[in-house]
Design a protein around this ligand. Structure first.
Ligand code: ARG
Length: 407
C-alpha cells in the first residue's frame, strides 16, 4: 500500500481505454496514494515535482483484470477424493499463495464464488489488512444448493451422513442460508441452479433449485444488498434462474435461444468459463477428477464454447470468469484465446474482463477502467493486447492501489 499523498506517474506508450474501446497513444497517468488523479495526453500533462515516474512508454497499459469466477482456496491437483482430506483451514492457507499468483498474473480483482469455512472471507480480510498481497476480493462463503446437488459434498457413503454446509432445501431454508452467508461476510450469494461436471452423481443438464426456491433466494439476497451468481449449465435451470432475477449465470453451457433472449431482457450477465475444458480433459484424471466428471466434460465442453459464440453474437452481456481452481491459479488469462476464437474481438474480451466484470461486481465506481477517482489498479504488457488479447498471458507490470506488485 502506498502512502496517502505519494504521487506516482506512469508514462503509457499505449493505453487501452475500455470505456470507449479505443487505444490512446502517449498518455500520462497520475496516481495519488491509491487512486488515479489524472489521465490524459503526455504532451499536456502536469507532472507534480518529486513524483516517482514509471516508464511504460514502450508498453501497452490496461486496467487491472477482473476474474468474476474464482475459487482461490481450491487446488486443481486435489480434485475428487483427493480433496476430502483437506481441511478448510489448510485450503484457506493455500489461498495465500494463489492470491499472490492471481495478482501477479494481472488480476487485481476477483469474485470468489464458493469456499469452505469462509476461507475466502478470511483471505479477503487478510489482504485488505495487509497481511499478504492478493487481489481485491468479492466473496460468497459457501455456495448454496440442494441436498445431493452440485453444491453438496456427495463423495461420502450414507453411513457418514455428511451434508455440506451450503445445503438448503425449500424457499425458507434457502432464505435462511442467504442470511447466514451475509452474516459471516458474503458480498455475493452463489447458488447451484443445476447439476455440475465435477460433482458426483448429478447431471449438468438437470435443474436442481426450483424457480420458487430461486425467487426466495434472489429476493432475500437483493434485500440484503447482495447480488446472486447462479451456477447453471442446464437449459431449464438457466431460464428459471434468469426469471428469478439472478445477476449472473455461471457456465451457461447449454443455453438456448430462449435463454439468450431472457438474459438480454433481464440484463443478466453470462460468465462462461470456456478455458477449463482443456485442463479437465488433459489433466483431470491425474488430478483426481472422477471418471464420470471427465465423461460429463466431454458432453458439455464443446457445446459451451459454441454457445458462447451464439450468446455473444445474440447480444447477451458477458463478464470474464474462468473457474480458477479447476485449473491452476495464475493461468486465468489463457481463457482470452478461446473468447477470441469463439467470436469476440480482443478489445471485447478485454472489456469483458474489465469494465463489464466491474459492473457485474457492483464495483464500477472503483475498478475496471483507468479513470480519475478509481483505484490505480494498472497492468502492462509488451505486446499489443488490444489487437491480440492472448498477450495478457504475459503481463510485465502490475500495480494495485498505487503499489507496484510486479515490474
Ligand atoms: N465447476 C464446474 C462444474 O463442475 C466446472 C465446469 C467446467 N467445464 C466447463 N466446460 N466449463 O460444473
Amino acid at each position: 500500500v502506498s502512502a496517502a499523498d505519494e504521487v506516482t506517474v506512469i508514462r503509457a506508450g499505449k493505453l487501452v481505454d475500455v470505456v470507449t474501446g479505443t487505444v490512446l497513444k502517449d498518455q500520462t497517468i497520475v496516481i495519488t496514494g491509491e487512486r488515479i488523479t489524472s489521465v490524459g495526453p503526455s504532451a499536456s500533462a502536469q507532472v507534480p515535482a518529486g513524483a516517482k515516474v514509471i516508464d511504460l512508454s514502450a508498453q501497452t497499459v490496461l486496467p487491472g483484470l477482473i476474474d468474476a469466477h474464482t475459487h482461490l482456496t481450491a487446488d486443481p491437483y486435489l480434485s475428487g477424493y483427493n480433496a476430502l482430506g483437506v481441511s478448510d483451514t489448510r485450503a484457506a492457507l493455500y489461498g495465500v499463495r494463489t492470491a499472490r499468483k492471481t495478482l501477479e498474473a494481472g488480476f487485481t480483482t476477483v469474485r470468489n464464488v464458493g469456499a469452505g469455512g469462509f476461507g475466502d472471507v478470511a483471505l479477503r480480510d487478510a489482504i485488505n489488512e495487509g497481511d499478504f498481497i492478493g487481489p481485491r476480493m468479492r466473496t460468497a462463503g459457501y455456495a448454496i444448493g440442494i441436498k445431493g446437488g452440485h453444491c453438496d459434498e456427495n463423495l461420502l457413503p450414507p453411513d457418514v451422513n455428511f451434508t455440506g454446509r451450503g445445503v438448503a432445501d425449500g424457499p425458507w431454508e434457502a432464505r435462511a442460508k442467504v442470511r447466514e452467508m451475509a452474516k459471516y461476510g458474503a458480498d455475493v450469494i452463489k447458488i447451484c441452479a443445476s447439476g455440475g461436471v465435477l460433482s458426483k452423481g448429478d447431471e449438468p443438464g438437470a435443474q436442481q433449485y426450483t424457480l420458487e426456491e430461486m425467487q426466495a433466494i434472489v429476493s432475500e439476497a437483493h434485500k440484503l444488498g447482495r447480488k446472486v451468481a447462479a451456477h447453471a449449465h442446464g437449459t431449464s435451470a438457466i431460464h428459471d434462474a434468469i426469471v428469478a432475477g439472478v445477476d449472473s449465470i455461471e457456465h451457461a453451457s447449454l443455453i438456448d435461444d430462449a435463454g439468450i433472449k431472457l438474459a438480454k431482457e433481464h440484463g443478466t450477465y453470462l460468465v462462461m468459463d470456456i478455458y477449463d475444458d482443456d485442463f479437465i480433459l488433459q489433466e483431470g484424471a491425474k488430478a483426481g477428477m472422477l471418471p464420470e466428471s471427465i465423461e460429463k466434460e466431454k458432453k458439455v465442453g464443446q457445446l459451451q464454447r459454441d454457445n458462447f459464440r451464439k450468446a455473444f453474437q445474440g447480444g447477451a452481456k458477458m463478464a470474464f470468469g474462468t473457474d480458477a481452481g479447476v485449473y491452476p491459479h495464475g493461468d486465468n488469462a489463457k481463457q482470452f484465446y478461446y473468447m477470441v476464437k469463439y467470436g469476440m474481438t480482443s478489445m471485447q474480451a478485454i472489456q469483458a474482463a474489465t469494465i463489464n466484470a466491474a459492473d457485474l461486481l457492483g464495483w464500477k465506481d472503483r475498478v475496471g477502467s483507468i479513470s480519475v477517482g478509481k483505484y490505480a489498479d494498472i497492468i502492462a504488457v509488451k505486446g499489443n493486447a488490444a489487437d491480440d488479447a492472448t498477450e495478457l498471458t504475459k503481463v510485465s507490470f502490475v500495480m494495485k492501489g498505487g503499489a507496484v506488485i510486479r515490474q
